[in-house]
Design a protein around this ligand. Structure first.
Ligand code: NAP
Length: 254
């Protein structure tokens, strides 16, 4: 059976959209996961898992499924998937919606060091050995091997295989949401000097920023990569309204 909408997921936003969709379906939908997380949370709509095989693979998949539109609800740092979705939709003339949460903004009480990428985050740690709370995901640990003088407290959902080659580290595997209270306790117990975070936005992992603010711990904040965007939604109702509109419009053409 043809699919109306492909949702590219792996985020809280995609899960919330799936839950809203299950309550009030506005078309046939499938949610796509990259397949990296060992035990992904269950979802109330049909899913598929694994890469498409680059832009060409995604174009072929969209054509085979007679897909009418794509919602890119991937993580703000999943830049490659965003680029591929934009290129494939442009090639096929399909509408594309970007659903994402707004980035975090510093308050006057925060001490943020804003950097453009992971290599700059490593440099921002400085040469003096520090205790660093590293919350950048398991795919972004390798650059920190260039600064082995620090002790890293690394929190990831799944532990990377192979593990990072770092002489001083504490490993924490856990899935959010994390509360500000728990993260304050953790950062105090681990005597954290610096927090490194991607500017993911959203409430599920904001606790560490509140904890850093309370404890006066500086935050090395890595900016989001840019991605080509045509239509944008910052919340689920806007995404559902866009989808209903696209389905109505494309039905006229089919
Ligand atoms: P990425 O670098 O943008 O994508 C790498 C490749 O993974 C893509 O080219 C694609 O393979 C495949 N892929 C990514 N998302 C996919 C999806 N939703 N469905 C099917 N294939 C997908 O992505 P990433 O940073 O590795 O993130 C992977 C997934 O984890 C994403 O779905 C993202 O939403 C989620 N996530 C990422 C982060 C993060 O910080 N990066 C954090 C939380 C969750 P092909 O080229 O073969 O199609």
């Amino acid at each position: 059976m043809a699919i109306d909408i492909l949702i590219l997921g792996g985020t809280t936003e995609a899960r919330l959209l799936a839950e809203a969709w299950a309550q009030q379906p506005v078309g046939r939908v499938i949610l796509s996961l990259a397949g990296r997380t060992k035990e992904p949370a269950s979802l109330p709509i049909p899913t598929r898992s694994g890469g498409f095989g680059g832009i060409a693979g995604l174009i072929a998949w969209l054509q085979a499924e007679h897909c009418r539109a794509v919602i890119d609800a991937t993580h703000p740092f999943a830049a490659q998937m965003g680029q591929h979705a934009a290129a494939a939709c442009q090639a096929l003339g399909l509408p594309l919606l970007r659903l994402s949460r707004p980035p975090w903004q510093p308050t006057p009480a925060d001490r943020w060091i804003e950097v453009a990428d992971m290599a700059s985050a490593v440099t921002a740690l400085g040469t003096t050995p520090r205790r660093v709370f590293l919350t950048v995901g398991r795919q972004n640990l390798t650059p920190f091997e260039a600064a082995p003088q620090h002790h890293y407290v690394i929190r990831t959902i799944d532990w990377p295989d192979p593990p990072p080659s770092l002489p001083h580290m504490t490993k924490i595997t856990a899935r959010g949401p994390f509360t500000a209270e728990d993260d304050t306790d953790l950062m105090r117990q681990e005597r954290i000097d610096l927090l490194v975070s991607k500017n993911a936005g959203g409430s599920a992992t904001e606790g560490k920023l509140i904890a850093a603010r309370r404890l006066g711990v500086p935050v090395v904040m890595v900016a989001r990569p840019t991605r080509p965007v045509s239509a944008e939604a910052g919340d689920i109702p806007t995404a559902l309204a866009w989808t209903a509109q696209v389905i109505r419009r494309t039905e006229l053409q089919f």
